[in-house]
Design a protein around this ligand. Structure first.
Ligand code: URA
Length: 209
């Protein structure tokens, strides 16, 4: 039951794109990006896919680009990490009762994985969701992550619609939806700091109950 394969080349378009990017940026990580955090965590964050100059460069989800700034700040504020900044894989940062993963593990062109790629990668997420202890909470960052979780649990999408701050009981765990903390969403204030803070406050309260 593997949750990650560093050598995966199952999506030809993504594998070829990683090869091209690696030629342009030889010092970038340019591989499937592994989940980061505690293997027995009760809090799992599911993002979309590595960003070109963030996770794809550093090898750690949400590390090195704008999308991670607010995320790691919130994790620290609510006691889920040892530091409020994630700089690089060797920075000593540890997550506490928390893990971050992506619905798609490889960098997609234009930040947009196609449906077949999301589906091919879904087995890793499905296996990872099975590792969650009872009482766990999953935060879905954006609609694609939300739908990948519903698919991985073999549930009907129509029964679980994405909406910011919606809490879904999936039986084995709960899913709390949030708009993705992308630069676009935070710049346009579709997702404000207060909205994102409220998501993490709710996770903390759910896990502390
Ligand atoms: N970096 C990630 O690892 N995932 C995202 O969804 C965005 C940026």
């Amino acid at each position: 039951m593997t949750i990650f394969d560093r050598n995966c080349r199952a999506c030809p378009r993504l594998a070829g794109f990683l090869d091209d990017v690696n030629e342009r940026y030889p010092d970038y990580y340019c591989r499937p990006v592994p989940p980061f955090g505690a293997p027995d965590a009760r809090f799992l964050i599911v993002g979309l896919a590595p960003g070109m100059h963030g996770a794809n460069r550093s090898g750690r989800p949400f590390t090195g680009d704008h999308a991670g700034i607010l995320l790691y700040q919130m994790l620290h504020k609510y006691g889920f990490s040892t530091c409020e900044h994630s700089e690089a894989v060797n920075d000593g940062l540890e997550l506490i009762d928390c893990r971050i993963t992506n619905a798609v593990k490889c960098l997609p062109p234009d930040n947009k994985p196609v449906g077949a790629e999301i589906n091919t990668c879904n087995r890793f997420l499905a296996n990872e969701l099975q590792t969650l202890p009872p009482g766990s909470v999953v935060v879905a960052l954006g609609g694609i992550a939300h739908r990948a979780i519903v698919k991985a649990m073999e549930l009907r999408q129509a029964d679980y619609r994405f909406a910011h701050a919606a809490l879904h009981d999936l039986g084995q765990f709960r899913v709390l939806d949030s708009y993705h903390c992308s630069r676009y969403n935070t710049n346009t204030r579709r997702l404000t700091e207060a909205m994102f803070d409220a998501i993490f406050a709710e996770v903390r309260a759910l896990l502390d109950k």
